[in-house]
Ligand binder design. Structure first.
Ligand code: OAD
Length: 248
């Protein structure tokens, strides 16, 4: 079953001029970064997103939020890109393959992908919560639950450069991702549950524009029904199998 799906995917990408890949937390799972919604190990199984990933949480307790994101930065910094990230980077170096990610880690870049579109921002791109000036921040793995965020010259506080619940996606990133979804021949979903919009809507956008939609995910998702090909395997297994044989 998986072999047949991979063969169908290989055929689809061989015939494609333009490929767009949308990645989610499952892309980095085999690197050791927990996903959000896994019932046992998921980030949101341990933490209520409302207490760490909303503007209200930041307003109420910035030190708690800052410590939480510093811990996530430290975790990401300590792991490595997996075979899926590497396969995608090599594939994009020889074909028109664009990467759009919901992930806030930097594992695509560290595997060699350039021009990655980050729909939900980045753990490593902090900015002032008042004047929006960018700040680079040293990664510290905090001992306790709270860590005071650095101060900006303007008197504001430095906040994580990620998109929180209730915030809008970066306008340019979403516009570019929509153009990539509309203009591709094949749209590949990797490791996303497809429940967070507007990112998940890109699969519908691609499908409506005529692309063949492929899903790589060990589990069925909310988006499985809009997919032409579903590969029930992991990112680190399926991406090398597809990308390694695709001419583009
Ligand atoms: P989720 O945690 O919702 O979904 C992860 C998906 O990855 C699930 O469908 C898993 O079955 C799948 N998965 C697990 N291991 C995998 C593997 N090795 N290979 C391939 N797939 C695997 O994560 P996202 O869909 O990325 O947003 O979540 C979307 C957004 O919700 C995140 O960007 C984040 C979160 O709240 C914000 O923080 C704004």
């Amino acid at each position: 079953m998986t072999d047949a799906a991979i063969a169908a995917a290989v055929e689809a990408v061989r015939a494609a001029d333009v490929v767009t890949v949308l990645t989610g937390a499952g892309m980095s799972a085999e690197s050791g970064v927990p996903t959000f919604r896994d019932v046992a190990t998921g980030v949101w199984a341990k933490y209520d997103p409302m207490t760490v990933a909303t503007p209200e949480a930041w307003e109420a307790d910035p030190a708690l939020v800052w410590a939480w994101y510093q811990r996530r930065r430290a975790l990401v910094q300590a792991v490595q890109p997996n075979a899926g990230h590497h396969a995608l980077a090599r594939w994009a170096s020889r074909a028109d393959v664009g990467v759009v990610t919901q992930n806030v880690d930097d594992l695509h870049e560290r595997a060699g992908s350039s021009d990655v579109i980050h729909l939900h921002g980045s753990l490593f791109a902090c900015r002032c919560d008042m004047c929006e000036r960018p700040h680079s921040v040293a990664v510290i793995d905090p001992d306790g639950d709270r860590l005071t965020p650095p101060e900006c010259e303007c008197g504001g506080q430095v906040r994580p450069g990620v998109v929180w619940f209730g915030e809008e996606l970066p306008h340019n990133a979403f516009a570019e991702a929509t153009a990539r979804a509309t203009g591709c021949d094949v749209f590949v979903l990797v490791g996303t549950s497809g429940v967070v919009y507007p990112a998940a809507g890109l699969a519908h956008t691609a499908r409506d524009a005529g692309a063949t939609v492929i899903e790589i995910n060990p589990q069925e998702t909310e988006l499985s029904e809009v997919c032409d090909i579903t590969i029930r395997s992991t990112a680190a297994t399926a991406l090398p199998a597809i990308a390694g044989t695709a001419s583009g």
